[in-house]
Structure formats: C-alpha cells, structure tokens
Design a protein around this ligand. Structure first.
Ligand code: BDP
Length: 717
C-alpha cells in the first residue's frame, strides 16, 4: 500500500515536472491561482457558444472549451447547455442573427477578413461577451485573444476592443531540409517528419498550428531557401498536402521554396531559362499539379542567384524575368511569388552593402502584380544590429516584404537569452524618409506608404523537434514576438514581453517586472559583448558561433570578418560614407546626412559607417578604443546582472525551466567573456593601446582563441 502511494506520488511529481518542459509554449492554460479573480471569471463566463460548422469553428470550439476548462478549473464544453443562459457568444453575422443585429455596435466593418471584435454588451436583458468576426478565422483569432486576457489576468467586465491585422501575410520561413536537418536551426531536427508523411500525423503539427494561430501567423514556408527540387516531386507534394490540410482550419497557408533549376533537375529539360517555352510550361504544369492537391497553396519563396543558388542570371536574365515567369504559373490560382533580395556576389568588387540595392532598384515596377520582394532587415545579414536596409523606401512600385531572422544565427543561437522584439521594433520604426519624415519601414512593409495591397512580414523560424520547440526557453518569446508584431507592429516590446511572460511562466508581479526588464535589456547587452558601436560580421567561419575577427583567408572576400571591421594601425570600422564605399548614398538625404557626418552619426552605428581613429574622442569623452573596451566589459558584466536577477526568481516558477535557464545563462556569461577577450586582444594588436585602468586582464591568449574549433556545431544544415 505504502509503495503504491509512494509510486503515485513519484509519478505525480514526475508528471508535474514533465509538464513544464516548455512544450506547451505560451498556451499553458494553467488554472488561475488568484481565487477572487477566478470566481469573477467563473461568474462572468457561462455556457460558451461558438456558432458555425466549419473546421475552423470546430477548432475554435475545442480551443475555447479546453482553454476555459483548464484556466477556470471546471468543465466548460462549448455549445452545450442553454444558449439563452449563455454569457459568451462567438461567431459571425452569417451564422448568428444576434451578431448580425449587433454588427454595427461591434464595429465589424472595421475588422476586415481576419480581425475580430470582443465586447461586453447587454443583450435581451443579459450581459454577454461577444467575440465576433466577419469570418471563421477571425472568430478563432478572437477566441485566442480572449483566452489571453484570462491567461494574463485582465479584467473582462467591460470589454470593447476591435483588432485587425496590419499585415496580410504573417509568415514563418522554415529553413528545413528534407533530411530533417535545419539550416541555422538550433533546436534539434525539423518538425516535418517527411519520411513518415503523409501516413503518420505527428500531433505536434496540430500544436504548431495552434501556436501560430494564437499569434496570428497565417503562412508558413516549409523548406530551406537553399532549396531541394525533390520537394516538388509528386510523392513529396502529397506529404505537403497533408500538412496543408492540417494547417487549413487554423488559417495557415503553405508555401514551398522553389529551386530555380527544378525544370532541369526533376523535369528532364535541358534548361531552366525563364524565357524558354518548355520551362514556362513546366512551371505552369507544376503549379496546376500543386493546386489540384492544395487549392489554397500560397506560392513559392525563391532564393535565386545568391550564395551559389541557381537563378535567371545563369541564363542572362534578370530577377524580374525569373520572378515573373514563376508568378505567371501561379497567378491563375491566386498564388504569389516571394522573391528574395538577399543577393551579393564575390565577383562584384562593390561593397556588399550596396549590391542588393544596385541589383533591385532598377527593377522597380518591372515585377508582376503577384510578386513580392523579400528584403532582410539590414543590408548585410541578420547582424545583432544593422541600420535598416536601403531598399526599404527605394522600390515604391514593388511590395516589399520584411524578412527577420527569429533563429539566432548571429545572436548566441539557442544558448543566449536575447529577446528580439527591440531589434524588430528598431528596424520597423526607422525612418526611410522616402516620402518625407515619417516614412517608417513599418509603413513600407504594411503597404500604407505606397498603397500596396500585398504586404507582409516573415521570420526565419527558430523551431525544431526539441521538446520545448526552440531550444532556449526564452527563444519562444521571439517566435511569439514575430507573430504579435506581424499582426500589429505598433505594439511595444514591453507589452509583448509582458503577455508572453505571464502566459509562459506566471502572473507573479515581482517575477514579471524583473524578468521583463531583463528581456528588454538583453539585446543591447548582447550587442555590447558581441558587436559594439557598429561592428558586424566578425563571427566564426561556417557555424557562425563565437568570435573570429581575425579570419582573412576565405576565398570570398566578403565572407572574411576583416572585410567588415577593417581594423588597422590607424583605426577601425568600414567607411561607407561619401569618402569611402558611399553605400550611404543609397539612403534618402535625411538618413544620409545623419550617418555621413561622424559628428551626427549615432554611436551605435559608428563603425558601420565610419573608419575611426583609435584615439578619436567620442561625445562621452572616451576614445574609440576605450569605448570598445567599456562596451565589451559592460556587456559581459551585464550578463552577470541577468544571472543575479534570475537567481532571485527561484521558487516563483517551476524548477525545471528555472534550472534550464540558469545553466544556459552561465554558458552565456562565459561566452560573453570569450567574445570580449578574443575581440579586444585581437583589436589591441592594431590599436596598441592598453586596457583602461581597473579592467581585469584577459586570462587567455589571443592564440588560444584563434585555435578553438567547433567541428560539430549545430545549424550547418
Ligand atoms: C545566411 C545564412 C545562410 C542562409 C543565408 C540566406 O548563414 O545559411 O542560407 O543567410 O538567407 O545568413 O539565404
């Protein structure tokens, strides 16, 4: 008897422990611990009804029943019980005459195809909460919002809110290979189990779709941009169809990456020339085949003539000719082509910063109407900090889509705690000045600046088959932030962090306040210990982990860190002003003016745009060398501050994630010192200046750092 009891206690302990492995993401729905609030919610919510029959409505009913039952600790089964006594009605005007009658009070004219309204309204003598939308997917999004209000312990007495997405395409780009490795993936293998699809449906696909729908993500590209044509063969398309069928009720469209040479590789043609009739027919046929399986297929995402990928230039054609040929194949089915602007070439001696702009701006206005050009946030490559890409604002006749990187390739991968919303916001709120002051990047990509109806934002996913999806428990916040900002780029980083923390951990105010402040500072801390004052691209070769500013022997000049920092006996930094590469001329005059003059260029971008003497005195009276030392040391010390704050949270959250984060933070602290010492020791060989007094001397040599090797670092794809 005793043993049975002990075993069940052990099992209980184990199961509670297992429950906090991070799998549930921000959709934990744990019972509300504040009893007064719990009672209020229970009183306010009776007999929920979600009206309708569609697959999406079924999903919505299920989510609502599950969410309410779990949060409120008592069974709520939607659409059972008395509709007259119901106090929570969800649906569309088409399905519910009550909602139809209230559509102007609910302001449904403002919510469009995907938005929703949530309002408390006295109706037939009863106070009810309505979650209403014009479409079923809007109802599902509204239900997720309502559940979020409960999860974050918000009042629900007098609700009156209207929400509609600012962007049409809210997308995750997976860089997943068919063999399940993930290029730049740090959270295990791909969640797409290609080998066992279409027969075996991993329940994870459904949880993935739920998580995306809960933050409004409505498009996913399944495969690596360094594409494999095999995914376009029949047997793989059947697998893709299964995923598309699973995602459809959640409002998610599937895209595939298309290898430009596919007609030759899998189609038996001699060429992939976009102006060749048989090539055009091949793509048209392929599109027909795909749409016969997946009628709402989103379209293709294409990386062409970039880093060795095939493309139209192999046949003397330009990017528009390539993109338009594919666009015409998917156009009859309302598909789109997302063509990436991430191009640069080692044969081009021009500053890499300038190459995409030079290539694409002349093509503005030449793309078909169903082509979007996807532009990385900065002109180099997802660095910890980059000024916004000069293409934003420079192609008014082409819908430009934002590409952020959620997977932290250059930001500590899945080991460092770095909250990316501040990075995303910094870019979105940058002023391109393309149409005068206030021409923010956000307004370029949401289509409002240049009146584009196609618009969107994508994030390179950080998702893998690790039990917690993203490797680092806090990396989930970056997936979450990408979704929330794609829906509404005016949300603050703080609001998003607040919601995420409450939903993922606890509503305990002291935990929220402290850890929110950690999250909000984390990106700047990392910039300081990795890439202060505008340094960039000084990471290790291939795996991109850790510092290697000394690398100078790679074949392609623009792959060498020395190309970017240009440290020499005089100073450090890349002169991109009018006396240097003049990349700055690609920006509109106001931005140019700010950055061209060393006196007005913000310190955070200094070495991005200027080659600055080591002893140049900054506004804060420190020399450039002293400032670098200050930043590197400050950044690494700040990681210790994060650790201190984290240790104070013991007991406020589950031990499992507490310990996981604690261990990762210790690695982060060691690696911050690695960055600091390796970079400063190396740059010191040029500056020949000592560390300012009071700084602890590095305890390893530059040679030690240079010899470090990481043959099996993850993410190689
Ligand atoms: C770089 C990655 C590389 C990607 C490339 C891209 O290192 O793996 O293929 O971006 O965006 O940052 O195409």
């Amino acid at each position: 008897m005793k043993r049975v009891l002990l075993t069940s206690i052990l099992l209980l302990v184990l199961s509670t422990l297992q429950a906090e492995d991070g799998y549930r993401l921000w959709l934990r729905y744990d019972k509300i611990s504040n009893t007064a609030l719990l009672n209020k919610y229970r009183t306010a919510i009776k007999f929920p009804f979600v009206v309708g029959e569609s697959e999406t409505i079924k999903v919505a009913q299920h989510e609502l029943s599950m969410g309410l039952s779990s949060l409120l600790g008592t069974t709520y089964q939607s659409n059972t019980g008395s509709i007259a006594a119901s106090s929570l009605w969800c649906g569309t005007p088409d399905q519910s005459s009550e909602i139809d009658n209230l559509s102007s009070v609910l302001q449904l004219s403002k919510v469009g195809d995907e938005g929703y309204a949530i309002a408390s309204i006295a109706n037939n003598g009863k106070k009810r909460i309505f979650i209403a939308a014009n479409t079923d997917i809007g109802v599902l999004y509204g239900i997720f919002h309502f559940l979020r209000l409960l999860q974050t312990n918000q009042p629900i007495e007098n609700l009156k809110l209207v929400s509609a997405p600012k962007l049409k395409l809210r997308m995750l780009n997976h860089w997943d290979n068919l063999n399940r490795t993930v290029e730049r993936g740090y959270a295990g293998f791909s969640i797409w189990d290609w080998h066992r699809l279409p027969g075996y449906i991993d329940p994870r696909y459904i949880d993935y779709a739920r998580a995306n729908a809960s933050i409004g993500i409505n498009a996913v590209s399944l495969t690596n941009v360094n594409a494999n044509a095999t995914v376009l063969t029949r047997s793989y398309l059947e697998k893709v169809k299964t995923l598309a069928d699973i995602f459809r009720p959640y409002g998610i469209k599937v895209f595939l990456t298309a290898r430009f040479s596919a007609p030759a590789e899998i189609g038996g043609l001699k060429t992939a020339d976009p102006l060749n009739d048989s090539v055009q027919n091949w793509w048209a046929e392929k599109a027909r085949e795909i749409y016969s399986l997946i009628p709402d297929f989103g379209g293709f995402l294409v990386k062409a003539n970039s880093e060795g990928q095939p493309g139209p230039q192999n046949y003397g054609r330009n990017h528009a000719e390539g993109a338009n040929m594919m666009a015409r194949a998917v156009d009859p089915f309302k598909g789109i082509i997302i063509w990436r602007a991430f191009v640069y070439s080692n044969e081009n001696p021009e500053d890499r910063h300038k190459q995409a702009y030079n290539e694409f701006v002349p093509l503005d206005g030449k793309f078909d109407k169903n082509v979007m050009v996807q532009v990385k946030n900065g002109a180099i490559d997802f660095m910890p900090r980059e000024p916004f890409h000069p293409l934003f604002g420079a192609m008014p006749r082409t819908p430009l889509m934002m590409e952020f990187q959620v997977t932290q390739e250059y930001l500590g991968q899945a080991t460092h705690l770095v909250y990316l919303a501040p990075l995303f916001k910094e870019v979105l709120e940058s002023d391109t000045y393309s149409k005068g002051k206030g021409s923010l990047v956000a307004r370029v990509i949401d289509g409002s600046l240049d009146s584009h109806t196609l618009n969107g934002m994508a994030g390179v996913a950080n998702i893998g088959n690790d039990i917690n999806w993203c490797g680092h428990p806090f990396a989930q916040a970056n997936w979450y932030a990408l979704g929330r900002l794609s829906w509404d780029h005016s949300l603050s980083s703080e609001q998003i962090a607040d919601d995420w923390l409450r939903m993922s951990f606890t509503n305990d105010a002291s935990f929220i306040n402290t850890i929110k402040s950690v999250m909000l500072k984390s990106r700047e801390i990392m910039v300081n210990y990795m890439n202060p004052i505008g340094l960039h691209h000084i990471m290790g070769t291939g795996h991109h982990y850790g510092p290697a500013p000394w690398v100078s022997n790679l074949n392609r000049p623009e792959w060498n860190p020395v190309y970017y920092h240009k440290a020499d006996s005089v100073g450090i930094g890349f002169n991109r002003t009018s006396t240097g590469s003049n990349a700055i001329a690609q920006y509109f005059p106001e931005a140019q003016k700010l950055w061209n003059d060393i006196n007005t260029c913000e310190e955070k971008n200094l070495l991005w745009f200027h080659h600055v003497p080591w002893n140049y005195i900054l506004k804060n009276k420190r020399t450039v060398w002293d400032e670098l030392c200050y930043r590197y040391y400050n950044g690494s010390e700040q990681v210790n501050w994060i650790i201190k704050e984290w240790l104070r949270q013991r007991g406020k959250i589950d031990d499992q994630r507490f310990e996981q984060v604690r261990m990762l933070l210790h690695i982060q602290a060691e690696e911050a010192i690695w960055w600091r010492d390796a970079c400063l020791l190396y740059f010191q060989t040029f500056s020949k200046m000592p560390l300012p007094p009071g700084y602890e001397q590095p305890n390893k040599t530059l040679d030690y750092y240079k010899k470090l090797r990481f043959p099996f670092a993850p993410g190689g794809g």
